[in-house]
Ligand binder design. Structure first.
Ligand SMILES: *Cc1c(COP(=O)(O)O)cnc(C)c1O
Length: 426
């Protein structure tokens, strides 16, 4: 067997492999449509009997090259780019769920995902039970119902910074005959490859580290090809029984390990259309070319910033899964020994008022609704993302009113620490 390429090589070389005389850099196929010489061939494409491009809402060569790179980074069998991380999460569930179904998700997830699962999905007839990711297996097992179709979690949660116990969640999901879907945005495949720990589907908001330059909103779904849909035939009829919108093809029979990702592209993208623009895919690809260089730097610097904050008297607490003594340190060492992410959360003893003063005094660490970017960014959830909540409601939602979310960039760490020092001391 050919040796698998290492991740750094895939970041540069993956996806686009030009043949003799072709452009070295991935071309932007800025075209909505594709030309054919016979009507019959075009017909075969519409029946999924032949693979080929016909309309960019379903697939585009630029997007496919970038998806193939991410797929190789994650060690999957197929991938699809989406217009945003939210679209990726939405499709990853909708591909196997319909009205009357139920999903289980870790309670510590991104706020947008939480709204999707607990406000919008119920309106579509899909119910969600949020579970404490640290609960034991017996407790977690109680959340399963006969109509449960998927389990969802984030490898490192934004903004809670909990680390998912992949093996526990995979065991639970699989013993109940459902796939484990993991949002791997914060860890990235450089630090953690969820498929190696039993996850079946991985999604990302590529808007964060993968892009890395705050240029493009995007998402991706990667399929490991490992979940045996046919073993649970009646539960996943969308994959195991004829799709009338394609003259009765059966995805598991026709596409085998690619059944899930093919259905997502051929059916969901066709009908709902949240494709990533080829222009954005091109920009995302440039970000991916340095992912393996940027991510270790983010982690190294975040480690130093976390240690610095921890050493200060005016800082009440610091959460960072790379810090020995952190609640998630052991899980992080097990699942992501090379590093976790660049995002830290901490609280100030001076409370909510002190936080606002601290943030206003920062010089280049900027106030932004964004994380996981080359530039250091800071956000106060109580004043920004969660501003409609009272202090009591914030505590219930697990957000300390004095909590600061600090996303360490790849500037020189001495300068980042100096900026924090002067803001705390002035
Ligand atoms: C930002 C984010 C999302 C949503 O992604 P968008 O690209 O903003 O739609 C999903 N999950 C996590 C962990 C995120 O940080």
């Amino acid at each position: 067997m050919e040796k698998k390429r290492s991740l750094g090589t895939v970041c540069i070389q993956g996806g686009w492999e030009p043949k003799n005389g072709e452009p070295r850099q991935l071309p932007i196929y800025q075209s909505t449509t594709f030309k054919y010489t016979t009507s019959e061939q075009m017909g075969r494409l519409f029946d999924l009997e032949e693979s080929g491009y016909f309309y960019t809402r379903l697939a585009n060569p630029t997007n496919d090259a970038v998806a193939a790179k991410i797929c190789e980074l994650e060690g999957g069998v197929g991938a699809m780019l989406t217009s945003s991380g939210q679209a990726a999460t939405f499709y990853s569930i909708l591909n196997i769920c319909e009205a009357g179904d139920h999903i289980i998700s870790s309670a510590t997830i991104y706020g947008g995902t939480s709204n999707l699962f607990t406000v919008t999905f119920p309106k579509m007839g899909i119910e969600c039970t949020l579970v404490n990711p640290d609960a034991d297996e017996e407790e977690l097992a109680k959340a399963f119902r006969p109509n449960t179709k998927a389990v969802f979690g984030e490898s490192i949660a934004n903004p809670a910074l909990t680390v998912l116990d992949f093996e526990k969640f995979a065991r639970l999901a699989h013993s109940h005959g459902v796939p484990l879907i993991v949002d791997n945005t914060f860890a990235t495949p450089i630090n953690c490859r969820p498929f190696e720990w039993g996850a079946d589907i991985v999604i990302h908001s590529t808007t964060k580290y993968m892009d890395g330059h705050a240029m493009t909103v995007g998402g991706v779904i990667v399929d490991s090809g490992n979940f045996d849909w046919e073993a649970w035939h009646d539960k996943y009829k969308g994959l195991t029984e004829p799709d009338e919108s394609y003259h009765g093809i059966i995805y598991t029979q026709r596409f085998g390990k690619l059944a899930y990702i093919t259905k997502a592209t051929a059916q969901l993208m066709r009908d709902l259309g949240s494709i990533q623009s080829p222009q954005n895919a091109f920009l995302l690809n440039i970000g991916l070319e340095t992912l393996h260089l940027r991510v270790p730097r983010h982690c190294e610097s975040a480690q130093k910033v976390a240690e610095y904050l921890k050493s200060r008297e005016d800082v009440a607490w610091v959460n960072y899964p790379g810090l020995p003594g952190d609640k998630y340190y052991e899980l992080a060492q097990k699942y992501m020994p090379k590093g976790t992410c660049g995002v830290i959360s901490f609280g100030l003893k001076s409370g909510r008022k002190g936080v606002a003063e601290f943030m206003d005094k920062l010089k280049f660490c900027s106030i932004e609704t964004h994380v996981a970017d080359s530039r250091t960014a800071v956000l106060h959830p109580a004043s920004h993302t969660h501003r409609q909540l009272t202090d009591e409601q914030l505590v219930e939602a697990g957000v300390d009113p004095a909590m600061i979310r600090f996303s360490v960039g790849i500037e020189d760490v001495e300068d980042i620490i100096e900026d924090i020092r002067q803001a705390l001391e002035s």
